[in-house]
Design a protein around this ligand. Structure first.
Ligand code: ADP
Ligand code: MG
Length: 594
């Protein structure tokens, strides 16, 4: 057979390996979680592909993960019957860093001031495959992809800058498909190769793996065996019969043997009864599934019945991914779609959630979609349309829940991260205005530092106040200092400050809230219900010529110069025409055309 070929690791991998091998990270046992999660991903991929390419499954082996620990030699093998890897994939996957989890880790590490390596980060992010080197001196990966007729062996050592790939030649080691990892544990880490330890770790870390995980365990059963009764006692000496034919007696003994034992519960969490799942389990599932290290702000587990049946767990994350792209880009991989428990896709483009809600994460499992559901089917399916409606409703319930939570900080956190998304919703989703509007928050002329909701505003309205007043400005300070406020402040009328560029467009799309119109106080037709026609006429007569003179001086710079009753202390104010753009919009349009 051809000799093993040697490859250098990509620089980042070398750096990562260095960190892992030399880390003082104490929670080394996470290696098993990472490797099992890879095995599970490989099984997911195969199951998904096999739906359309039935030929892939020509070897009728089950979908499972088997872990064998040899405590005498300090060796652990982890075998899955998943998709395996071709030679090229071995190079691409185990020699470079293209993977999300690991990339995230490296980035966080870079961001963290402690450039020497923050040991805690290893556990928070998981370092994927390379975590095998937390406990191993040497790792051998023997793998067979259905795309290749050969089985390949990847071999790497801790503290080495290269690895080798060769063909598997040992007939005893050939597998029909999938991957077998062999870990040769470091001297001090051999304790991990105890079968009981493995069992405990699997139970701890792999409760959400939906494939059976078997561990190789020593078992025992009791049986009755006949033994010679040689306990004949002195007292029985006289008994002639007993002495001549020795009595047989039975004894219970434990027979020992080794066998595979199913070690995890394969029922996915979303199929369980919500009453029996704890908050910790939901949060754990979230972190594990979405590679998150912060707890979500809220979760919702529900089943819908009737026309369309599906189960789902949705989450509101505690943080928006940085970068402003995400508000535009709905392809966040935040929703994992299953059909009859088979993972189908997390690659959506607004089919299940409108883009402004694309920050919601979760799983959705339907029995009413075909297993080989394609993008076209997704886009045209009535089932999907109904699902989408329900999911959106549930997402709003969840957000409303956060807004009503006793812990005001939760909603502040939500608003800070996702407020923009909801404002975008005002523009893009007329149908859900009723659900979005109560969730909006603004500063106001009376709110000081606190943000207020429209409900609070409406409650604060004066008995004869008909409209909701707002002013758009580039900051709270400039909103506070605008002369437009004078008259309203005098009358103690509250004014919303729209200081985010998108605010004004969002409010204009809403038009009204609880039958109260939104009114821009900078527009020329502002009517505060205090018109005094007599007085106005008088003023016009007295100052008419002054206005004409000013208009002449300013020429085309203004549309008109008028007497106004809306100021208290400032001598004049520039207002926008009734049908024109507000000053703020003008500013925006200018900014955009640059
Ligand atoms: P991640 O799981 O985030 O992609 P890992 O470092 O854990 O990153 O794994 C790197 C890649 O190696 C995986 O994406 C996958 O392509 C491949 N891989 C790892 N383990 C297996 C396996 N058991 N079967 C098939 N491919 C695997
Ligand atoms: Mg992984």
């Amino acid at each position: 057979s051809p000799p093993a070929e040697r490859y250098e690791y990509q620089a980042e991998v070398s750096r990562l390996m260095d960190l892992i091998v030399n880390s003082l990270y104490s929670n080394k046992e996470v290696f098993l979680r990472e490797l099992i999660s890879n095995a599970s991903d490989a099984l997911d991929k195969l199951r998904f592909l096999s739906v359309t390419e039935s030929g892939l499954l020509k070897d009728a082996v089950d979908f499972d993960i088997r872990i064998q620990a040899d405590k005498d030699n300090g060796i652990i093998t982890i075998t899955d019957t998943g998709i395996g890897m071709t030679r090229q994939e071995l190079v691409d996957c185990l020699g470079t860093i293209a993977q999300s989890g690991t990339a995230k880790f490296l980035k966080a590490l870079k961001d963290s001031k402690d450039a020497g390596g923050d040991n805690n980060l290893i556990g928070q992010f998981g370092v994927g495959f390379y975590s095998a080197f937390l406990v191993s001196d040497r790792v051998v990966v023997s793998t067979k992809s259905p795309k290749s007729d050969k089985q390949y062996v990847w071999e790497g050592e801790a503290n080495a800058s290269s690895y080798t790939i060769s063909e598997e030649t040992d007939p005893e080691k050939l597998i029909p498909r999938g991957t077998r990892l062999t870990l040769y544990l470091k001297r001090d880490d051999k304790v991990f190769a105890h079968p009981e330890r493995i069992e405990k770790l699997v139970k701890n870390y792999s409760q959400f793996v939906s494939f059976p995980i078997y561990t190789w365990q020593e078992k025992g059963y009791t049986k009755e065996v006949e033994v010679d009764d040689d306990t004949t006692t002195e007292g029985k000496k006289d008994d002639q019969d007993d002495k001549t034919e020795k009595k047989k007696k039975t004894k219970t003994v434990v027979e020992r043997y080794w066998d595979w034992e199913l070690t995890n519960e394969t029922q996915p969490i979303w199929l369980r009864n919500p009453k029996e799942v704890t908050k910790e389990e939901y949060n754990e599932f979230y972190k594990k599934t979405f590679n998150e290290y912060l707890e979500p702000l809220a979760s919702s587990h529900f089943t819908t019945e009737g026309e369309v049946e599906f189960r789902s767990i949705l989450y509101v994350p505690a943080f928006a991914p940085s970068g402003k792209d995400d508000i535009i880009n709905p392809k966040t991989k935040n929703i994992r779609l299953f059909v009859k428990r088979v993972f189908i896709s997390d690659d959506f483009d607004g089919e299940l959630f409108p883009r402004y809600l694309s920050f919601v994460k979760g799983v959705v499992d339907s029995n009413d979609l075909p297993l080989n559901v394609s993008r076209e089917i997704l886009q045209e399916s009535r089932v999907v349309r109904i699902m989408r409606k329900r999911l959106v409703r549930k997402a709003f319930d969840m957000i409303l829940g956060i807004s009503m939570s006793e812990n005001r900080e939760d909603y502040e956190k939500f608003w800070e991260n996702f407020g923009k998304h909801l404002k975008l919703g005002c523009i893009e989703d007329r149908e859900n205005h009723k659900r979005i509007a109560p969730l909006l928050r603004f500063f106001s002329s009376q709110s000081d530092e606190e943000l207020i909701g429209l409900d609070e505003y409406v409650e604060n309205m004066k008995p004869d106040q008909k409209d909701i007043y707002y002013i758009a400005a580039d900051s709270v300070t400039s909103a506070k200092n605008t002369p437009f406020l004078e008259k309203l402040a005098e009358k103690d009328l509250e004014v919303l400050f729209l200081v985010d560029p998108i605010d004004e467009v969002a409010i204009q799309n809403l038009k009204s809230y609880k039958e109260k119109n939104f009114v821009d106080i900078s527009k020329e037709d502002l009517d505060l219900g205090d018109k005094n026609e007599e007085k106005e006429k008088e003023m016009k007569q007295e100052f008419g010529q002054t206005c004409d003179w000013i208009k002449k001086r300013l020429g085309d710079k203004v549309a008109s110069v008028q007497i106004s009753n809306r100021l208290s202390s400032s001598p004049c104010v520039l207002v926008s025409g009734k049908f024109g753009w507000s000053a703020n919009m003008e500013r925006l349009m200018k900014a955009q055309s640059m």
